[in-house]
Design a protein around this ligand. Structure first.
Ligand code: 13P
Length: 364
């Protein structure tokens, strides 16, 4: 019968709910430090540091050994596979460094974006084949939430039905496999900011993408209370001559979610998507200040917008580790305030200033 289904058993539901609500606790959000080896290489190249395993370890060690007050504003860190198994100078495994501070380790489980044959330059995301096995192992190794990023593109003829259906289904299947292994799935359908489209086009596209995603999650019996959504904010395209104000971004974003994100979803953890550090904070703040129904926590899961200043301060030098950590603490606090609508624009200045962090056709 098509109306017969099962959600996870009660103990699994309780565990998933507990993890998800700890991640979106008031004033907290996620540090996305799950750059693949190649992407981390680009970040390191920007500061003249070679992309070796040791340099990646040293950089992640800087992030993870930041003062325990980081936990006031960071509830979870997303790792890349390699990082889960690296250790600090004193031999402490990286997940353990987080546990000691009360920060939850998470893991990127997709294995990357691949072209969708027959489409108009669109893509899907791979990694399902051995996902159950990998999730079981990651859970044993201390990771309690996961991320899978799908990418959708705005152009006159995209996203196509092909990519809407494919990306929604792959996200739902991923979410279901995570939940079977007691891991909270962060569902990330990122609509890229590339293009000259206006904010209304982005809003409508976001609504369409989310409608496909939540239909697929329902079809796969995903327990929504044990999931988080990681979307783009609704903005005008990078090349659009009319840049939207934070208030316009807030209205378009919250309106799209009111229409398409079920109230059972505990939280929305935005990606920064190439916004500058300050822009990502100010827009998150405006979203939280926007009056109207918001039954989900609205917070951050930033990669570039939490790390740009850290990297600039560090420059690959041991003597700059503390300066890098100070940048992380400052930006985490600013975003923690923004997640409660309490950030005062311009009150936190970072080393990266207001530099845009946009990367064309961004891969993670
Ligand atoms: P950005 O915040 O740099 O967009 O990245 C977050 C992320 O995890 C994208 O998958």
């Amino acid at each position: 019968m098509t109306t017969s289904w099962n959600y996870p058993d009660q103990a699994t539901q309780d565990e998933l709910k507990k993890i998800a609500s700890a991640i979106v606790a008031p004033g907290k959000g996620i540090l996305a430090a799950d750059e693949s080896v190649a992407t981390m290489g680009k970040r390191l190249a920007d500061i003249g540091v070679e992309n070796t395993e040791e340099n990646r370890r040293k950089y992640r060690q800087l992030l993870l050994t930041t003062d325990k007050s980081l936990a006031d504003n960071i509830s979870g860190v997303i790792f890349f596979h390699e990082t889960v198994y690296q250790k600090a100078d004193d031999g402490t495994p990286f997940p353990e460094l987080l546990n000691k501070k009360g920060i939850i380790p998470g893991i990127k489980v997709d294995t990357g974006v691949v072209p969708l044959f027959g489409s108009n330059n669109e893509c899907t995301t791979q990694g399902l084949d051995d996902l159950a096995k990998r999730c079981a192992q990651y859970k044993k190794d201390g990771c309690h939430f996961a991320k899978w990023r799908c990418v959708l593109k705005i152009s006159p003829n995209t996203p196509s039905i092909q990519s809407l259906i494919e990306n929604a289904n792959v996200l739902a299947r991923y979410a279901s496999i995570c939940q079977a292994n007691r891991i909270v799935p962060i569902v990330e359908p990122e609509i890229l900011p590339d293009g000259d489209h206006d904010i209304l086009t982005c809003q409508k596209t976001t609504e369409t993408v989310l409608s496909y995603v939540y239909k697929a999650l329902a079809d796969h019996n995903v327990f929504l209370e044990g999931t988080l959504l990681k979307p783009n904010m609704v903005t005008a395209g990078q090349a659009c001559p009319n840049k939207a104000t934070p208030e316009q971004v807030a209205e378009a974003t919250v309106t799209a979610f009111q229409r398409r994100v079920p109230a059972a979803v505990p939280g929305v953890t935005f990606l920064s998507g190439g916004q500058s550090e300050e822009e990502a904070t100010v827009n998150l703040n405006a979203i939280n200040k926007f009056p109207g129904k918001k039954p989900w926590t609205l917070t951050f899961s930033y990669g570039r917008a939490l790390q740009a200043s850290v990297l600039r301060a560090w420059q690959g030098k041991d003597e700059n580790v503390q300066a890098g950590q100070q940048e992380l603490l400052k930006r985490a606090k600013a975003n923690g305030e923004a997640s409660m609508g309490k950030y005062v624009a311009g009150s936190v200045e970072g080393k990266a200033g207001d530099a845009g962090l946009f990367i064309k056709n961004h891969a993670y």
